[in-house]
Design a protein around this ligand. Structure first.
Ligand code: SF4
Length: 401
């Protein structure tokens, strides 16, 4: 049994995808609604990957004909944002959905791109769940994420819990539900989906617990609370609360000159996290404001360093070759790196052709400093710095004569 709902990818003021923000910083949703929403290229690519994934599920579960499937896929593949690796990543998602469906003794209900009503818990809210599967007292809610910048865990994920609440509301009269399983398939980050389960009673209690917070967020009330959730906030560059927190990073307590202790350095590093990306976001906004004629006191937009380009590449190279310049001089032939080849060939073929035949060796990355709650094991400096960073520049010899 499969149901398809072509829900518009519209967003409520208090969207499920933004819940990690408005649950912690309640006035953020109303503030964001006053700011322009510019969709990044990565987000547009994510939408395209979602459409391909949806198409594949339609073919499997709703009897979409091969002709219609091929025609739609051809259209998606012609999109300038299409990447061949999307084929493999969306297949991983579809395989995962199939693996869930096959666990049931009889065909479960499958809802694809289902719009769910969240208004029992969050004012005027709705969301679109990528896939809902229900059968034998089990509710599965799965989300596909195309991004790689921020790994997203299913555990205690408020977006997924809201989708599950919406699915419960829509289907609990038709199907008994005891346990809820949420999962995030993010093939660019995890080899395996991130999964998390909870009893339906716990989900409903959580839904009750967020009602007053959601009402406060709907009213635009409460304190601005900066944190890791600011990363996708439209106000992240100019939000006073966030800027105040960032600017206070180095000014907690007067430190005695001349040098920081490692305890002080650790504290400053922790408090200044995110300062570089925030500064660059703010600079981009101020540049846009200057370019449209606005005044950013003490700053102005100027032309950056220019560059040279061929008026007509083909004509220029033809001309050069006619004048006797050899092709070897004109082209820089570079082998693709293993990650580039993996993207071009797809994971399976790459693994078979290169990894399994021993043509690719893995080297450790350069050491990097991370907060101590990072999941990777810590390393100590068992190698000399020059093994990692290269040999230091040669010091001038002192003339001792
Ligand atoms: S940037 Fe952070 S603190 Fe500011 S409104 Fe957005 S979520 Fe709240």
């Amino acid at each position: 049994m499969a149901e398809i709902a072509h829900a518009e990818r519209a967003h409520a003021l208090l969207s499920a995808s933004g819940a990690s923000r408005w649950l912690q910083c309640t006035p953020s949703a109303r503030l964001e609604a006053t700011l322009p929403d510019s969709e990044s290229e990565a987000a547009k690519r994510g939408t395209l990957a979602h459409e391909i994934a949806e198409l594949k599920l339609q073919k499997l579960f709703s009897g979409l004909t091969t002709r219609k499937y091929n025609a739609a896929l051809k259209k998606y593949k012609a999109d300038e944002l299409y990447e061949p690796i999307m084929e493999e990543h969306t297949n991983a998602y579809v395989d995962y959905i199939q693996s869930i469906v096959h666990q049931f003794p009889s065909p479960p209900f499958v809802g694809i791109e289902r719009r769910v009503d969240l208004t029992d818990f969050v004012p005027e809210s709705f969301g679109t769940s990528d896939c809902i599967i229900i059968g034998s007292g089990q509710l599965y809610v799965t989300d596909y994420k195309n991004g790689q910048g921020v790994p997203v865990s299913a555990e205690n994920n408020s977006q997924m819990k809201l989708y599950a609440l919406g699915a419960y509301k829509a289907f609990s009269l038709l199907f008994p539900i005891e346990t809820v399983h949420v999962a995030i398939v993010q093939p660019k980050v995890w080899d395996q989906p991130s999964e998390w389960s909870l009893p339906v009673g716990d989900l409903l209690s959580w839904g009750e617990s967020i009602k007053p917070i959601a009402q406060q967020a709907f009213n635009g009330l409460g304190e601005y609370v900066p944190g890791a959730h600011c990363g996708f906030c439209r106000a992240k560059a100019t939000c006073r609360a966030r800027v105040t927190q960032i600017m206070e990073a180095g000014a907690k307590a007067p430190m005695k000159p001349p040098l920081l202790t490692w305890e002080e350095a650790a504290d400053v590093l922790k408090r200044a996290e995110g300062i570089v990306s925030w500064y660059s976001d703010l600079k981009k906004l101020a540049l846009a404001e200057s370019l449209k004629g606005g005044i950013v006191p003490g700053w102005k937009a100027v032309e950056g360093r220019g560059s040279r380009d061929y008026a007509d590449l083909d004509a220029a190279f033809k001309h050069l070759q006619e004048k006797g310049i050899e092709e070897a001089i004109l082209y820089d032939r570079k082998p693709l790196t293993p990650p580039q080849l993996e993207k071009a060939l797809g994971k399976k073929e790459y693994r078979e052709l290169l990894e399994e035949s021993g043509h690719v060796v893995s080297r450790s990355g350069a050491p990097t400093l991370v907060p101590d709650d990072d999941k990777r094991p810590g390393i100590t400096n068992q190698v000399k710095p020059e093994d990692v960073f290269g040999a230091p520049p040669e010091q001038p010899k002192t003339n001792t004569r």
